[in-house]
Design a protein around this ligand. Structure first.
Ligand code: FAD
Length: 286
């Protein structure tokens, strides 16, 4: 590993002053689980890492907004903190369940919500879940701040719309008591392996009618992707075999699934049809 400076700022303004939006060799570091692997493989050679571990709110903390409409998750919240939070369990149990097959306890103890989103790996388990839950991130920079829907963060394979001078400070997840959500991680080797396909669905039902829904596909394209045609096929419809087949047809027609080491495009296309229908049925009957 080449030599680099590790800066440990105590305030947000200091952290922002240490970043450089014109120099990709200067990066913020959250848990370091992704960065360290890239550094060991010499894919990434930093000149400076800016640690976010001494920053306070909004980077740290897990709470409800004052009006109770959003779960606020600091970017430095670790996966283990998400996994064991009664607030997360109460409002978004799908996140807690997702943790049970995500990596291993050593990774979950240090990997952070912000680092996970900024990494831009299309195989990650949480980005499709946050997207299905209609979450947004608050991003800060020296020139101000902006709020971006999670689905707009991802620009392509390991590419995001967060610039080098910006930091993800906080995730805001709407609290929607009438919606039910699921994440299906389809692995072809061990349960804790990276997914061959990920499907996240969040939906509101009235009886067996689908009032509204969001469907997100991951690990099959260059970024987590909303399946808007499949959503359209189900929105306002009664859930039955015919509507599920129509949704499956719409899903496979709207994306160009890619082959990778975990499965061919044909295999993943089959998985999408099968697991999309199962996922929706399981939350409809919940
Ligand atoms: C052994 C192993 C197994 C794994 N298995 C899985 C798995 O099954 N499923 C899965 O989803 N993931 C898995 N992961 C990946 C893991 O989820 C990611 O490595 C982790 O989420 C990255 O978070 P981090 O805080 O460690 O990021 P870091 O490594 O600190 O940073 C990652 C990127 O984000 C940037 N960054 C960090 N924080 C911020 C911020 N606040 N604002 C802007 N940019 C920021 C960094 O500059 C870097 O570019 C695995 C990882 C390992 C090592």
């Amino acid at each position: 590993m080449s030599q680099f400076e590790l800066a440990e700022p105590k305030s947000l303004s200091e952290a922002l002053s240490l970043l450089d939006r014109h120099d990709p060799a200067i990066r913020p570091i959250g848990g370091g689980t992704a960065l360290m692997l890239m550094m060991k493989a010499q894919i990434f050679k930093p000149i400076r890492l800016v640690s976010l571990r001494h920053l306070g709110a909004p980077f740290k903390g897990l709470s409800l907004s004052e009006d109770g409409s959003h779960l606020l998750v600091g970017a430095m919240t670790t996966f283990s903190e998400l996994e064991h939070s009664p607030l997360v369990q109460m409002h978004h149990p799908v996140v807690v369940k997702t943790m049970r097959t995500l990596a291993n306890v050593r990774v979950r103890n240090v990997a952070t919500v912000g680092g996970n989103l900024a990494h831009g790996d299309p195989h990650l388990d949480l980005p499709p879940v946050w997207t299905a839950l209609a979450a947004a991130v608050r991003v800060v920079s020296r020139t101000g701040e902006r709020v971006i829907p999670v689905e707009d963060i991802f620009a392509g394979y390991y590419e995001t719309t967060i610039s080098d001078g910006e930091l993800i400070a906080e995730l805001r997840v709407p609290v929607r008591p009438t919606w039910r959500s699921i994440y299906v991680k389809v692995t072809t080797r061990a349960t804790h392996d990276w997914p061959a396909l990920g499907i996240a669905v969040s939906a509101e039902f009235v009886g067996m009618r689908v009032q509204d829904l969001r469907i997100v596909l991951s690990a099959a394209l260059d970024k987590p992707t909303r399946l808007v045609a499949a959503e359209q096929a189900l929105r306002g419809q009664d859930l039955d075999e015919r509507s599920l087949v129509r949704a499956g047809d719409a899903a496979v027609a709207e994306v160009d699934i890619e082959t990778d080491s975990r499965g061919s495009a044909a295999y993943k296309t089959h998985l999408l049809r099968v697991h999309l229908a199962r996922a929706i049925q399981s939350i409809a009957g919940a």
